[in-house]
Write a protein that binds this ligand. Structure first.
Ligand code: AMP
Length: 503
């Protein structure tokens, strides 16, 4: 019996005593520890009644045990469902109600406030902390270090990752074992990862970037990683002489550029810097090259599709582009309305097809159907073009998504909360250029006549309802929103008017 993705990882694993990850405190986990620890967690999940196809929802802080739990889910045949640590109980309530997991694992400190939400969804609540603590770890410790993996094939689900929905409701992207395996194998080759690589991992592990792009790629290469709880420029600078590579969102590069120690000498042991999840400014690319001699390799992907395109390893890494479609991935640009392919150089909707593309949205067959063309291409929602050399450029987001510090914020979700507040007529949320975050979430609000609205009060009311990264950095008040003749709010005009707000 074998579970497809885990089996691939196990078969490619280097010797059991090779270190897979090291934490800043000096904790080390070897490949042997990964096999034994994930077996114990898989046993624990089986004890809790988890069977093939069951969802295991996980909202925990970043820890080595969280990685063991991810691998254990693969081995137990479960569907791993990571949730952003910033989500509030109100948000978790929606995810659990929608996904109906068998088990929900949260931080020990959150157990009390989430117990009722889990019970309502019929999920058993367990905990896993960062101090090698939690009820699930206690249970795992009592189990044998071997496990007969549950049979799972290429097309069986390995994970569900929720993406925000433009209509306000999040959608669960269903990812199969082969969606993840094929993409990670491609990245190992394309980015030339090997067992000699040591990756600086400072990304969150509830998102496709830190979990799949970084983790699966390093696992399938048999490499190692420095496992940081979060972005820490000082620590990254210290680790670079012992590392070979880093994957980050553009914010990482902006922050590191502010560090006086960033020089050619400081980065000479590194062979690769990868950026993605949001647009990397051409200016950042250039500055990085001047300071370090390295050209950042920018790539493009999304939760639903894993990685689609990448700048080349050996050829020109062109600033402001996301490179070529990866081997096995087809990309085209179409007329957003008709779906007809457009000639080279014209801007339209980016569509992709390949083994990397997800199986659809969890329990939303209609939405799934609407986002695929008849010939199997997935409509990404990103607007872009392919230039005459074949490089893909992303020029905007059809869905009005705001990306702040690498996190996606769908304006409608924030707008709905603000519109529900007393004294508010309506609101529009836009992303404005922000040196540190890429984009700053900004709310433009129309108050009712005579209503006394206060910026700080609105933000603090939203704090109770929304994850911190979704909160507006500023709330502005206007008499009316700009509209076109069809009555649609013109967000482009708002972005233009307030373009310099954070400059
Ligand atoms: P997510 O599902 O959170 O990974 O977000 C996916 C979205 O992030 C894509 O649809 C793009 O809009 C955006 N994105 C990812 N990588 C890039 C990139 N290199 N440049 C511009 N946008 C990107």
């Amino acid at each position: 019996m074998a579970s497809y993705l885990y089996d691939l990882i196990a078969r490619r694993a280097p010797s059991a005593d090779k270190v897979f990850l090291e934490t800043p405190e000096g904790r080390k986990l070897t490949y042997g520890d990964l096999a034994a620890g994930s077996a114990r967690f898989a046993q624990a999940l089986a004890k809790l009644g988890v069977v093939a196809g069951d969802r295991v929802a996980v909202q925990v802080e970043k820890s080595p045990e969280a990685i063991l739990l991810y691998l254990a889910c693969l081995r137990a045949g479960a569907v791993f469902l990571p949730l952003n640590t910033a989500y509030t109980p109100a948000e978790i309530d929606y995810f659990l109600g929608d996904a109906k997991p068998r088990v929900f694992v949260c931080d020990p400190a959150s157990r009390d406030k989430l117990a009722a939400v889990a019970e309502k969804a019929g999920a058993r609540i367990e905990t896993l902390g960062v101090k090698e603590d939690g009820s699930l770890l206690d249970l795992a410790r009592q189990q044998a270090a071997t496990f007969a993996d549950v049979e799972r094939g290429k097309d069986d689900l390995a994970a569900i990752l929720y993406t925000s929905g433009t209509t306000g409701r999040s959608k669960g992207a269903m990812l199969s074992h082969d969606n993840l395996a094929s993409n990670a194998l491609t990245l190992v080759d394309y980015w030339r990862f090997s067992k000699d690589d040591v990756l600086i991992h400072a990304l969150p592990i509830y998102h496709t970037h830190g979990l799949f792009v970084a983790m699966n790629t390093l696992l399938l290469a048999g490499g190692s990683m420095f496992f940081l709880p979060k972005l820490d420029a000082e620590l990254i600078m210290k680790l670079m002489p012992r590392a070979t590579s880093m994957m980050g969102v553009p914010t990482f590069y902006v922050r590191l550029l502010q560090h006086a120690g960033l020089t050619k000498e400081a980065t000479k042991h590194m062979r690769l810097f990868v950026s993605g999840s949001a647009p990397l400014l051409a200016e950042t690319h250039r500055e990085w090259r001047d300071r370090t001699g390295h050209a950042i390799l920018e790539r493009y992907g999304m939760t639903e599709t894993n990685m689609n395109t990448s700048n080349p390893y050996a050829g020109d890494r062109v600033a402001g582009t996301v490179g070529f479609p990866l081997p096995g991935v087809s990309a085209r640009v179409t007329d957003p309305d008709t779906g007809k392919p457009l000639p080279r150089g014209e801007i339209g909707m980016i569509e992709v097809k390949g083994p990397n593309v997800f199986k659809g949205y969890w329990q939303m067959p209609e939405k799934t159907k609407a986002e695929f063309r008849e010939d199997g291409f997935f409509i990404t929602g990103d607007l872009g073009k392919i230039d005459d050399k074949g490089y893909v450029h992303i020029v905007g987001r059809g869905k009005d998504l705001v990306i702040t510090g690498g996190f996606n914020v769908y304006p409608i979700e924030v707008e709905t909360e603000i519109d529900g507040m007393p004294g508010v007529v309506e609101s529009a949320v836009v992303g404005l250029p922000h040196a540190d975050f890429g984009e700053g979430v900004t709310a433009v609000v129309v108050p009712q006549k005579g209503a006394e609205l206060d910026e700080k009060e609105i933000i603090s009311a939203l704090e109770q309802r929304l994850a911190k990264f979704k909160l507006p950095k500023r709330v502005l008040f206007v008499d009316e929103l700009p509209r076109n003749t069809m009555g649609k709010v013109q967000k482009a005009a708002l972005r233009q008017t307030y373009n310099d707000l954070y400059k």
